[in-house]
Design a binder for this molecule. Structure first.
Ligand code: PLP
Length: 462
């Protein structure tokens, strides 16, 4: 076992957490649970036998830590729940596009839902076959279409009539048929925690309204360079209710029947992603209930099912580790200032996303206080948690931000010229560095200072 390894009842070879019981003693309860991949062992948070404090010391902070087993288990959970249908699980790369993470998801049998040429190349580089990829997004460029055709993706999910025409032109010039599914806007209200993550209502920029989509499918016989292969819908993200999915499904199934009756032989239905997880420790979307209802409706029609989960594969399998830099009080508020903020985890400030924040080493004697956990970025909106009761951490203490594996690193930025954090994958008892911490040189690469204009030139033309 490497640095920072803890095994229940076996003592610690890394940082010794305070409050640890002797061998065989029941581990003291931690202040809050971060889920199955990150249990408390002897008063310290761990990941598959490795102490998170040990990982922070070895790799520095801020640090993303992912649980490989947890990721694979979640892929398998989908595969098992939907085993009654022919399933293509197209993991949504935007949730976490690290090459190693993608590679393991691909090895578990999944494909990819991509939204850019960058995500396409990432997924290819990670070993995911193009034939298992679907390409969504409202603004695909001609170059992106050409590249996706060249590598042979499973289908484009087309989001507007103009995009369909451009794709047709690209395929014609190449003498090919572009595989297409129209992304339908089913006009359903999806109960997402923030309106930014709802996409299924009529006024959203996503998808094509039902009536117009049906008209476009009817044009299939005159369009030899388009292969109308399937139909697609995605109603939003972090949805925990089954009903909105079934409402959307019923809409596209009815459409499928009509399209097939018109002689267009659709082979798949893509129900999108958005399956909610339990940020506060509650259960997420009841997958088995959804699977039962979907399987029943699809089987009789002989349709292949595509699902595009992102958050539900990686969200709960990742934590962000951050050290406390300072504490201060102002206007009756207590602030805990950490070395991670909105540049490392944007969800709290962008979507009002709620994440568990817990001290990694549990000190039962620590006094509890209500604090704002804020980052170092020069924005008042830079925070990880607001008005949070917490065993009051001091400078140097390590905090873990839970359920941070999705839309964490993938939304990280270099704002304030901050270097993005390192990422570590815990696998088979080992901690593997899967992305090194950025350095200032990484930030400056690609920038150019042009020669200053000479005073005589009178303009700024070199
Ligand atoms: C088209 C599409 N598919 C899948 C997803 C994945 O959503 P989630 O990570 O909530 O499963 C998204 C997220 O925005 C999306 O836009």
């Amino acid at each position: 076992m490497g640095e920072g390894v803890l095994s229940p009842g076996a003592g610690s070879s890394g940082a010794a957490p305070p409050g640890g019981g002797g061998a065989g003693a029941a581990p003291p309860a931690g202040p809050a649970d971060l889920g199955p991949g990150f249990p408390w062992v002897q008063g310290g948070l761990t990941c598959r036998g490795l102490s998170l404090e040990g990982l922070a010391r070895r790799f520095g902070t801020p640090l993303y830590v992912y649980d490989a087993q947890g990721i694979a288990d979640r892929v398998h959970r989908f595969q098992e729940a939907f085993q009654g249908v022919d399933l293509l699980l197209a993991y949504s790369v935007k949730a976490n596009g690290n090459l190693a993470v993608l590679n393991r998801i691909g090895l578990a049998g999944a494909g990819a839902d991509i939204v850019s040429a960058g995500e396409l190349e990432r997924a290819l580089r990670a070993g995911i076959p193009a034939s298992r990829m679907v390409f969504a997004g409202v603004g695909k460029t001609v170059r992106e279409m050409e590249r996706a055709l060249e590598v042979g993706i499973h289908a484009f999910h087309v989001e507007s009539e103009e995009e369909l025409n451009v794709l047709e032109g690209v395929a014609r010039r190449r003498g090919e048929r572009a595989p297409v599914g129209i992304r339908v806007n089913p006009d359903v209200e999806s109960p997402t925690p923030h309106h930014y993550t709802a996409t299924g209502h009529a006024t959203s920029k996503f998808g094509i309204p039902v009536t117009r989509a049906l008209e476009l499918y009817r044009t299939a016989p005159e369009r030899p360079h388009l292969w109308f292969r399937g139909i697609d819908v995605h109603i939003g993200s972090q949805i925990v209710a089954v009903e909105p999915y079934l409402a959307a499904l019923d809409t596209v199934l009815e459409m499928t029947d009509r399209i097939r009756a018109d002689g267009v032989s659709l082979e798949y239905l893509d129900l999108g992603g958005g399956f909610g997880v339990g940020y506060r420790g509650e259960g997420g979307l009841p997958l088995d209930r959804l699977a039962g209802a979907v399987t029943e409706r699809l089987r009789e029609r002989g349709l292949r099912l595509i699902l595009e989960p992102g958050r539900s594969i990686v969200g709960e399998a990742g934590v962000l580790l951050t050290r406390v830099l300072y504490r201060k009080e102002s206007g009756g508020k207590r602030f805990v200032i950490t070395d991670a903020g909105m540049t490392e985890l944007l969800r709290p400030s962008h979507y009002g996303g709620w994440h568990r924040v817990v001290p990694v080493l549990h000190d039962p004697a620590a006094p509890e206080a209500v604090v704002d956990v804020v980052g170092p970025v020069c924005e008042s909106g830079d925070f990880l948690a607001l008005d949070r009761p917490l065993a009051h951490p001091g400078a140097g203490d390590l905090l873990a931000v839970g359920t941070a594996g999705a839309y964490g690193f993938s939304m990280a930025s270099n704002y304030n010229a901050r270097c993005r954090p390192a990422e570590v994958l815990v696998e088979s008892g080992r901690a593997l560095l899967i992305r090194r911490r950025e350095e200032v040189e990484d930030l400056l690469r690609g920038e150019v200072i042009p020669p200053a204009p000479s005073p005589e030139s009178g303009d700024h033309t070199p």
